[in-house]
Design a protein around this ligand. Structure first.
Ligand SMILES: [Ca+2]
Length: 389
């Protein structure tokens, strides 16, 4: 019993440190709640509607914690205070970029969107517009604004920018469309059409041609088998590379790659390199890499953004801001393994100032997979075991 209580205190301290809020242990029959020290924030809302899990530690105590990363309570941060801090920073005689970076750090995208919402309510202004107007540094401005757009809308914007105006950025189309699952593609198509009053498909068909166009259109069909079920027999049908790579599930693809190597003595990638060139080759290879190991693919994309002379800041920002809540730890591990330098060092070498600070902050820790929260869960479970020998 003593042990259990001590552990509970540890949990509370962890949470207090990370979010400035306290999760308080209460009798199991009492309504469990997250107490917030900020009197303005009375309701606890959650990003999704998924239930809050009640974890009983022993007969006298209970504690709530989010069931998964989507359910991190929003209000344990103080979005109003962050909105005010950003407003003050922007209206100061010299824009205080430090405090803007601080206000946007250590948050999930969902939490930052709440800050944008509060900003709008408090100051009757769009935070992204104000930032664009007041922040001087081009890449810092882009990074900050990209962090304040809903994720799917951000992808839509990136796709549109890749095609709008003269020329096409095929690599961006490949990076986004070759890595999405069916649901993501469906949502992105919908938002794209709503935003630009034209289908994503029509823009892609206008901007691309030949078998590369065919590949992207096949991906837009969102027709990949996602069952994860593997057929052991394959290989004699007439399927094209495009059909196989856009319709088979990743597990099936891995088996196909292995079988291919056994049968021919060379890799599937090698076959693609021999058979195709230019963008179609890059697109097909991206799918093969995504099927093998998606974080490794993103590590490669990041490396190509910073390696050599010059920096592809757009790509750097896109991958950091879209993957930092998903698989950044794995990406960092691959980066170190594959390129012999940490991602932190690679980014620090290529960037500077507040832009660098915020990028490093984004890959340093992810509030969604915050070790404090995970630590709390772990300790809670252990406490349960200890109280139940
Ligand atoms: Ca164009």
């Amino acid at each position: 019993m003593m042990k259990v209580q001590v552990i509970l205190v540890v949990c509370s301290v962890f949470l207090q440190n990370s979010y400035g809020a306290t999760i308080q242990a209460q009798p199991a029959d009492a309504k469990t709640q997250i107490l917030n020290p900020n009197p303005e924030l009375t309701d606890v809302t959650f990003v999704s509607n998924a239930s809050i899990q009640l974890v009983k530690i022993d007969s006298n105590t209970s504690i709530t914690y989010p069931t998964d990363y989507d359910d991190v309570p929003l209000d344990i941060n103080d979005p109003k205070a962050d909105a005010r801090a950003i407003r003050n920073a922007l209206t100061a005689s010299k824009v205080n970029t430090n405090s803007i970076v601080a206000a946007l750090s250590g948050k999930t995208r969902a939490q930052r969107l709440r800050v944008a919402e509060e900003y709008k309510l408090l100051f009757k202004a769009e935070i992204t517009k104000d930032l664009k107007q007041k922040l001087g540094d081009h890449w810092l401005t882009k990074l900050v604004i990209d962090l304040l757009i809903p994720l799917k809308e951000y992808y839509v914007k990136e796709l549109h920018e890749a095609m709008h105006g003269a020329g096409t950025n095929e690599d961006t189309l490949i990076e986004i469309l070759c890595t999405m699952n069916n649901e993501e593609i469906k949502q992105i198509k919908e938002i794209y059409e709503k935003t630009y009053k034209a289908t994503l498909k029509s823009h892609i068909q206008y901007e691309t041609a030949g078998d590369f166009e065919e590949l992207l259109v096949a991906l837009l069909n969102a027709d990949r088998d996602e069952s994860g079920k593997v057929k052991k027999k394959w290989g004699t049908d007439e399927s094209t590379f495009i059909t196989i790579l856009t319709q088979s599930n990743y597990e099936q693809l891995k088996l196909i790659f292995d079988e291919y190597k056994t049968l021919t003595g060379h890799s599937f990638e090698y076959a693609i390199e021999c058979e195709f060139s230019s963008f179609i080759q890059r697109g097909l290879l991206a799918i093969v890499k995504a099927a093998h190991d998606l974080p490794k693919y993103y590590a490669e994309r990041l490396h190509s953004s910073v390696a050599g002379s010059g920096t592809n800041n757009k790509r750097l920002i896109r991958i950091i801001t879209t993957r930092n809540e998903i698989d950044m730890d794995l990406i960092k591990t691959h980066y170190k393994e594959d390129y012999g330098i940490t991602l932190e060092d690679a980014i620090a070498d290529d960037t500077s100032g507040d832009y660098k600070t915020l990028l490093l902050e984004l890959i340093r820790e992810n509030p969604c997979r915050d070790t404090n929260l995970l630590g709390c869960t772990f300790i809670t479970i252990r406490a349960e075991e200890e109280s139940n020998p």
